[in-house]
Design a protein around this ligand. Structure first.
Ligand SMILES: NC(=O)c1ccc[n+]([C@@H]2O[C@H](COP(=O)([O-])OP(=O)(O)OC[C@H]3O[C@@H](n4cnc5c(N)ncnc54)[C@H](O)[C@@H]3O)[C@@H](O)[C@H]2O)c1
Length: 333
């Protein structure tokens, strides 16, 4: 008989709703409990979707009273306070949105809890599930790309976002919250980082009340395999646009990504230069959710697990701590 996983979601804002919608379309999983504090977000979703499930505003109570095989943690960064470890202790498999934490100590505790309790984990790095990114990974794996040399990435938007996002203490900053997608992509494509220097600055939003995060950032990365990288972020760019573009130069090909689904690959290691264009419209939130459920069911290998989430956290923490030391080099241990 087909196994049906019981799924619960903690945090029913933008991302909680997105993952809940995926669950409702997917086979092999049933959405059985929602939790948000205040409870209104969870209630509203269940009513709008005519969903029959348990609704909570207390995470501990949900753990006690609901049957849960997989948990989605979709909280703002400041609200993580041990929910991951409590669920891991019960053997519940966990999908968690990025950034997994605001401090390395919290992130490390999560990774250790997952490993100790042998649970399946996945972090919300949905860009990894784009069609163009998947194709490029194949070219790296089969040797077509050749040696990885240079990663260049830009995250740009112009939005005030919500109150917790603008507050450095609650959100961590744009590097932690958004540009982290491109830092994760650098680790996914280029391999582990060894050293970083960076600067972050608030240049356009000093007059905005409560806006204490940076709106401009830049970093240089050295990877363990000798490759180099550079990542920039801005919240002073074009309004109503969210762009996460990156370009990778390898020994035998140059890959230019407009986003995770759109890229132009120029093969430079052949006698004549050849170009391949990829244009797809994969719903990467749905794809990452399906992948996670399939991993829990034993049909896929873990991808973007909590240990990789912790590596991403180490990298963005290194950028910010380099900036605090006037851009001096910070080793990523
Ligand atoms: N992967 C992506 O592309 C992507 C995109 C946007 C946001 N995110 C991440 O998802 C996370 C959530 O972001 P969002 O935009 O959904 O936030 P949001 O503010 O829209 O929603 C947060 C939800 O959490 C609930 N909540 C807050 N504290 C709580 C607590 N202590 N207990 C229970 N519920 C609590 C709120 O009531 C709300 O329902 C953030 O870490 C963010 O970085 C990821």
């Amino acid at each position: 008989m087909e196994r049906i996983l019981k799924a619960a979601i903690l945090g029913m804002g933008n991302m909680g709703r997105g993952h809940a919608s995926s669950m409702m379309k997917m086979e092999g999983v049933k959405l059985s409990a929602l939790c948000s504090e205040p409870i209104g977000d969870a209630r509203r979703f269940a009513e709008e979707e005519h969903l029959e499930c348990q609704i909570f505003d207390d995470f501990d109570q949900m753990l006690e009273e609901a049957q849960i095989d997989v948990l989605y943690i979709c909280l703002p960064p400041f609200a993580h306070n041990g929910q991951f470890e409590k669920a891991a202790k019960r053997g519940i498999h966990i999908f968690i949105e990025k950034p997994i934490a605001l401090t390395l100590k919290r992130g490390r505790a999560m990774a250790e809890a997952a490993e100790k309790n042998k649970i399946v984990t996945q972090v919300g790095y949905q860009m990894r599930f784009g069609v163009a990114v998947k194709k490029f990974k194949e070219y790296i794996a089969d040797g077509t790309a050749g040696r990885m040399t240079l990663y260049m990435a830009n995250y740009e938007c112009n939005s005030l976002h919500g109150p917790w996002w603008r507050d450095a203490k609650r959100c961590g900053g744009q590097v932690f919250e958004q540009v982290i997608h491109l830092y994760d992509m650098s680790l996914y494509l280029m391999g582990k980082a060894s050293a970083v220097n960076g600067y972050v600055a608030n240049l356009c939003h000093k007059q905005v009340e409560g806006y204490t995060v940076e709106d401009t950032s830049v970093s240089n990365i050295r990877f363990k395999n000798g490759a180099l990288g550079s990542v920039c972020g801005s919240n002073c760019s074009v309004k109503n646009q969210w762009n996460a573009r990156f370009r990778v130069i390898c020994e035998n090909m140059t890959a230019e990504f407009e986003d995770q689904n759109h890229a132009v690959f120029t093969f430079t290691g052949e006698e004549e230069i050849r170009v391949e264009e990829i244009a797809a419209d994969a719903d990467c939130t749905y794809e990452e959710d399906r992948y996670f459920i399939r991993t829990v069911l034993g049909e896929e290998k873990p991808m973007a697990d909590i240990r990789e989430g912790y590596e991403g956290l180490k990298l963005v923490s290194a950028v910010v701590s380099s900036s605090e030391k006037e851009g001096s080099t910070v080793r990523v241990e």
